[in-house]
Design a protein around this ligand. Structure first.
Ligand code: ATP
Ligand code: MG
Length: 327
C-alpha cells in the first residue's frame, strides 16, 4: 500500500445551533493515497460535505471540530497556523465545492479569478495567464470561453460555475483534491468529460482524490476504494470491487440495491425505507439499527467498531454486529 498523502484520524465535528447541537461526524478515519480515488458515499445529510470542509478547516462558523487529526506531510492541518493552512489550500490541496456558486468570488469575472489562480501558482504574467485561462475554460467544455471569461458568476448557470471550479481546481495540479459532487448538475456528456479530467489528474499528477458522490455509476467508473458513511460514521470501507460486489453492511447492501442498475445506466441513489437519525445527540448505539432488518439487541446497546471480518478480504472493514471479526 502506498504511503498515504493525507491521513484522517478519529475526526469528530458538531454544529452548534441556537436550540440544538448536531453531531455531524464521529470517529471518522481514512487515508487518501497518491494516485488513488476514494469515493465517499452515503445518503443526504450523512456528513460527506462536513468531512470535506473539516479537512481543510473550511467549516462554517457554527461548525466545530471536536476530535481528530488530519495529517498531511508530517503535520496536523487541524493545528497548523492560518498562514501554513492557506499555503496548503492554495497550492497542494484543492476543493471543488458542492455549491458551485458559493465556491466562486461574486465580484470578480470568471476570467479574472481563473487567471489569478494561475498567476498565484504558476508564475505567469498577466497575458499568459489570460490565454491559459481561456484554454482551461475550453478544456472543461465551455463552448464560448471568451464570453464566459467576461461574465460574473451570477450570469452563469450552476453547471457552468461547476465547470469553472473544476478548471480552477485542476489548474493547480494539486497533490490532494476534494471533489464534492463535482458533476451533479451536469449532463451526461459533460459529466464524462469532467470525470476524464479528474482521472487524468490522478494518472499524470498522482493526485489523491476524495470523490463525494451519490452515483454508484461514477463510483464503479472512477473509484479504487469506497467508504460508506451513515449518520456521521463510516460503516464500511474497502476496494470498490469488495464494497460493490460483496457489501457487508446491511446499509451498503440497501444502498446498492436501491440503485437502478449497476451495469449500465447511471442513476441517482434512491431512498431506502425509514429515515436517517436526527443527530442531536452522539449515537450510543448502531445508528442504522432502527432501519435494519438484521438488528440484534447489542446493536441497540453500543455502536459497533469498524473491523475486518474473520472470513473476509484484507482491508475490507465493516461496523456491524452481524459480522464475526478477527480476534
Ligand atoms: P448531501 O448529500 O445532501 O450534500 P451531506 O452528506 O453532504 O449531504 P452534510 O452537509 O455534511 O451532509 O450534513 C451533515 C449533517 O450536518 C446534517 O444533519 C446537516 O443538517 C448538518 N449540517 C450541515 N451544515 C450545517 C450547518 N451549517 N449548521 C447546522 N447543521 C449543519
Ligand atoms: Mg453535501
Amino acid at each position: 500500500m502506498a504511503q498515504p498523502a493525507l491521513s484522517v484520524r478519529d475526526l469528530g465535528v458538531r454544529y452548534r445551533g441556537k436550540d440544538e447541537t448536531i453531531y455531524a461526524l464521529q470517529g471518522v478515519s481514512f487515508d487518501l493515497a497518491a494516485g488513488r480515488v476514494l469515493a465517499l458515499v452515503g445518503e443526504s445529510g450523512s456528513g460527506k460535505t462536513t468531512a470535506a470542509l473539516a479537512l481543510l478547516r473550511l467549516l462554517p462558523a457554527q461548525g466545530e471540530v471536536t476530535s481528530g487529526q488530519v495529517l498531511f506531510e508530517g503535520r496536523d492541518l487541524l493545528q497548523a497556523s492560518d498562514h501554513d493552512l492557506r499555503q496548503v489550500r492554495g497550492r497542494q490541496a484543492a476543493i471543488i465545492f458542492q455549491d458551485p456558486v458559493a465556491g466562486l468570488n461574486p465580484v470578480l469575472t470568471i476570467g479574472e479569478q481563473v487567471a489569478e489562480t494561475l498567476r498565484s501558482h504558476g508564475g505567469m504574467d498577466r497575458k499568459q495567464a489570460r490565454q491559459a485561462a481561456l484554454d482551461l475554460l475550453r478544456g472543461v467544455g465551455l463552448a464560448e470561453p471568451d464570453r464566459v471569461s467576461r461574465a460574473y458568476p451570477f450570469q452563469l448557470s450552476g453547471g457552468m460555475c461547476q465547470r469553472v471550479m473544476v478548471a480552477m481546481a485542476t489548474a493547480l495540479n494539486p497533490s490532494i483534491l476534494l471533489a464534492d459532487e463535482p458533476t451533479s448538475s451536469l449532463d451526461v456528456t459533460v459529466q464524462a468529460q469532467i470525470l476524464y479530467q479528474l482521472d487524468e489528474l490522478r494518472r499524470e499528477r498522482q493526485t489523491a482524490i476524495l470523490l463525494i458522490t451519490h452515483d454508484f455509476g461514477v463510483v464503479a467508473h472512477m473509484a479504487d476504494e469506497v467508504a460508506v458513511i451513515y449518520a456521521g460514521r463510516i460503516v464500511e470501507h474497502g476496494s470498490t470491487e469488495q464494497v460493490m460486489l460483496r457489501p457487508l453492511h446491511p446499509y451498503t447492501a440497501a444502498l446498492i440495491a436501491a440503485t437502478p442498475r449497476l451495469d449500465g445506466d447511471r442513476g441517482p441513489l434512491r431512498g431506502i425505507p425509514g429515515n436517517s437519525p436526527d443527530l442531536v445527540a452522539p449515537s450510543e448505539h448502531c445508528p442504522f439499527a432502527p432501519r435494519c432488518g438484521k438488528a440484534v439487541n447489542r446493536c441497540r446497546a453500543e455502536p459497533p467498531p469498524l473491523l475486518e471480518p474473520a472470513d473476509g478480504d484484507a482491508a475490507h472493514v465493516v461496523a456491524c454486529y452481524n459480522t464475526v471479526w478477527h480476534g
